[in-house]
Ligand binder design. Structure first.
Ligand SMILES: *Cc1c(COP(=O)(O)O)cnc(C)c1O
Length: 376
């Protein structure tokens, strides 16, 4: 079950199962019959490959002129990819977000215009469908409109939000994804698969040729004429795990609706967690969740010094980790320290969330008591 997916002769069954799941995902996205894709090691690699295709399609001889537009809360792999692809240090233009952490399309339009006026090339817009911190979904139809207006590649990073593809209730939140040129999905996030299981999907199979190289010892050119489906022809990897099998098994056992219901459940859980946080004077919560994350911090009563609030949250996070009772993630918002739950376990309950919040508040109080003692 762990044969390598690079060539047909090594992995006929694996190749067929992977291709079936790529077709299935493309159908869910709403791509037409010329769509294709390939499994990858994760969202970072999918984003890299998408931007490689976009770079080649931009057909510019001057890498330094290429620009990628992504929101200020997009995934860091966009910047990393730009560097790997040999683009200049200013290649990624950061677009501000609105109150709900969604890309401001007016600002995007302005930056695209400015790019054109300066004689630069708008290589790609990366719209995020589910930002890592906030789960926010950029306005895909408006981004698509601007991309077609400026002749720019539209990439949708749905590494986290892809679970909505299986949701009966919330699929509408990612409407517009079907207008993308490429899409990143992480089955190992919102399809609940063990790591790793991910894919890059493309609207037009022809664009995958930018990742195609032939070697006599592996995938000679004549095999293309013989219509032998060597997956290595589409992949940045050569030897590659059969990461489609677990997804195929899950879909066979649970069905897509089953996965979608689980994702809906964790999204509902986050919504209820938000209500808890919003009603609790000990906490400050950033945005109402669009998916299943909660970004918040303790605001101990009577403390107004922002640096002290930061220290209390950092302390609470470390103390909680050291206690072994729970682990909470951290991030920064507006330069300040926040805590984060990424809820991807449908077995988690609102009571679990309430219990961990009490632990966090307790550790923060402990810290403030200690710092009062130190001051005396
Ligand atoms: C997690 C994530 C990625 C990276 O995915 P990996 O599988 O960890 O490489 C990319 N984009 C977004 C929005 C993500 O949340």
């Amino acid at each position: 079950v762990n044969s390598s997916l690079d060539t047909w002769d090594q992995s006929a069954g694996g190749t067929l199962i992977e291709r079936k799941l790529i077709d299935w995902t493309n159908e869910r996205i709403g791509f037409g019959p010329s769509a294709d894709g390939v499994f990858t090691s994760g969202g970072s690699q999918s984003n890299l490959q998408a931007l490689l295709l976009a770079r080649e399609e931009a057909k510019s001889d001057h890498l330094a002129d290429l620009r990628i537009f992504a929101s200020e809360v997009s995934h860091f792999s966009v910047r990393k990819s730009a560097k790997l692809l040999g683009l200049g240090p200013d290649a990624v233009v950061s677009i501000p977000v609105d109150h709900d952490k969604r890309m401001q399309t007016l600002a995007l339009a302005r930056e695209l215009e400015r790019c054109k006026e300066s004689g630069l090339v708008p290589m790609a817009v990366v719209a995020t469908a589910g930002t890592t911190d906030f789960g926010s979904i950029d306005p895909l139809p408006e981004v698509a409109e601007l991309c077609s207006q400026f002749g720019t590649w539209m990439h949708v990073d749905a590494a986290y939000g892809c679970g909505l593809l299986a949701s009966l209730k919330n699929r509408g939140r990612i409407d517009g994804i079907e207008r993308a040129d490429s899409v990143t999905v992480d089955y190992h996030k919102s399809f609940f698969q063990p790591v790793s299981s991910s894919a890059l999907l493309v609207r037009d199979v022809a664009t995958l040729r930018h990742a195609t190289y032939h070697a006599e010892y592996l995938n000679p050119r004549r095999m293309v004429e013989e219509r032998i489906p060597n997956q290595v022809d589409k992949s940045l990897q050569t030897t590659r795990r059969f990461d489609a099998l677990k997804l195929w098994m899950t879909l066979r056992v649970m069905g897509a609706d089953g996965i979608g219901e689980l994702f809906d459940e964790v999204c509902d859980l986050a919504a209820r967690g938000w209500e808890l946080l919003a009603a609790d004077p000990r906490f400050d919560v950033v945005v109402e969740p669009s998916l299943s994350t909660l970004v918040f911090r303790v605001v101990p009563s009577g403390v107004t010094d922002p640096a002290e609030i930061d220290r209390a949250n950092l302390y609470a996070r470390k103390a909680l980790f050291a206690s072994g009772d729970a682990v909470v993630a951290g991030t920064k918002v507006g330069g300040r320290h926040y805590l984060k739950f990424t809820l991807l376990n449908p077995e988690t309950t609102v009571d679990d969330i309430a219990a961990v919040l009490d632990l966090i508040a307790g550790h923060a109080e402990q810290y403030l008591g200690d710092s009062l003692d130190r001051a005396c």
